[in-house]
Design a protein around this ligand. Sequence first.
Ligand SMILES: *[C@@H]1O[C@H](CO)[C@@H](O)[C@H](O)[C@H]1NC(C)=O
Ligand SMILES: *[C@@H]1O[C@H](CO)[C@@H](O)[C@H](O)[C@H]1NC(C)=O
Ligand SMILES: *[C@@H]1O[C@H](CO)[C@@H](O)[C@H](O)[C@H]1NC(C)=O
Length: 550
Amino acid sequence: MNLEFLQTVDTQILVSVAVAIVVVGVGAVFVFSSKKPKGSFDPEKFKEFKLVKRTQLSHNVAKFTFALPTPTSVLGLPIGQHISCRSSGRPQFIDHGLLPSSKQFFVTENGNPETRIQNNVDHSVGNRSILRDNKGGEEEEETPEKLVDVKCNAGDKQTLRVFLYDLHPEFHFELLDWKPSGESVWPDIRTKILDYPGGLNLQHSIEYWLTLDLLASELPGSTSARSAIRVRNSSEADVLFVPFFSSLSYNRYSKVNPHQKKSRNNFLQEKLVTFLTAQPEWKRSGGRDHIVLAHHPNSMLKARMKLWPAMFILSDFGRYPPNIANVEKDVIAPYKHVIRRYVNDKSDFDSRPTLLYFQGAIYRKDGGYARQELFYLLKDEKDVHFSFGSVQKGGINSASQGMHSSKFCLNIAGDTPSSNRLFDAIASHCVPVIISDDIELPYEDVLDYSQFCIFVRTSDAIKKNFLINLIRSIGKDEWTRMWKKLQEVENFFEFQYPSKEGDAVQMIWQAIARKVPSIKMKINRSRRYSRFVPHKDRGLSSVPSPNNFW
Ligand SMILES: *[C@@H]1O[C@H](CO)[C@@H](O)[C@H](O)[C@H]1NC(C)=O
Ligand SMILES: *[C@@H]1O[C@H](CO)[C@@H](O)[C@H](O)[C@H]1NC(C)=O
Ligand SMILES: *[C@@H]1O[C@H](CO)[C@@H](O)[C@H](O)[C@H]1NC(C)=O
């Protein structure tokens, strides 16, 4: 079997690639402490593996095949554990952890992909009997014909180490009406998973799913799907996660009650800012490696002006000044779709009677004017469903039905560039038609939306007959390609607990992980003049208050 290694690197670096890698099984200590492993990795020491083949796959991707020590060697990497790779030559361009998963890591016999034992190493790694070659002896050191394929994908799939602030429960699960007992900050997720409030609240429930996933990363038997793990020592973390359920706080506690001076939402934000900015961890990085959740466009209105150096998890940048939030620094997360997922979709182009579907509120301000224009342009088309009224009023069921029986679903900018409608359309396999010039899309650095969405500039869409002619010109074949692609990608937008490989929770962690190198650079740059007295709160005074922004 081969140990195969897929690495994205500079062509120049590739030329001087090492002849061996060393691998250590990280975190396997616990699993193996009672039983000595026969596996090929040592949880404490890096071990060398011989490079037997290198295949150039594209200008910057190469596949490396390594031999295990003997023909009978087993990989011996239990599910949920990961390995760290490091090149032993110069320069040391590889140095990262990777989880076994079908994308990175697979097993072949004698380097021949035709006799791949298991495509999906989630099983073969966990199931050591598959890897064990029963014929051979143990000591044939000189004939490494048993090889293992490992594909490492640098940067794309490393395990993110996340420090979770133990914020007082009033910032998170108490908002879900959890009553902590004693000193505990976190509910015991082994006994009960608290529900997030339903309905439209769920659209912005990202805070809840990410927090649950971090808590779950400490449970035994957590799966290989994991892209992030909780670490207790903040010095060892890549990022520091601030578990304030800010969208829920906005949705539920924005009202100022008669006996109060300020809303609970504002009170919590102020308290959070005071707490966070006093932490040594915050001071160490100026907050740059902190993750702050603000998915609802109106959440964190106060705190964001103080916490802006952090990485925000947002739905879009519509209500943010560009110096407070931008695509370089922050991560766009999908909305959780509110309509039913189209499970077992047997529909096709001809069986979806409605050509184009839109259901939503009218907006007359900002970017929302296009909705009205489009309504007048489309209202006389027989196979177009265009009606105003929110999904909630019309009922989630009828919207599900509408989207499941439409070929195309319109997403027109409203008072913000994004809405859950796009993710409802994806879950319905209704090809999204996006008319929103300022929309930002989740994980767009790794996902080409043009393969399954139609983008139309607003200025074009409101020309007479432009949109309807465009939609009618898309034939069955092209539509079917996009419909199939939607089913391939829909999992990327699915929030669930426990989280599974490639779902929205994992995709968001991976998007965060891709930002870590630039965070590190920013922190190091910020230290250039650290010997001098720092400018206090530099930059804040030049930032206009968000109240001026809509
Ligand atoms: C392990 O391998 C055996 C034999 O191929 C198979 O029957 C079993 O389902 C596998 N178990 C897991 C957890 O993959
Ligand atoms: C946390 O990690 C740092 C760096 O690895 C180490 O120096 C420190 O001792 C650790 N702290 C604790 C409490 O383990
Ligand atoms: C700063 O530079 C060092 C040395 O290259 C690097 O190891 C580190 O990750 C960088 N970032 C931080 C936050 O220290």
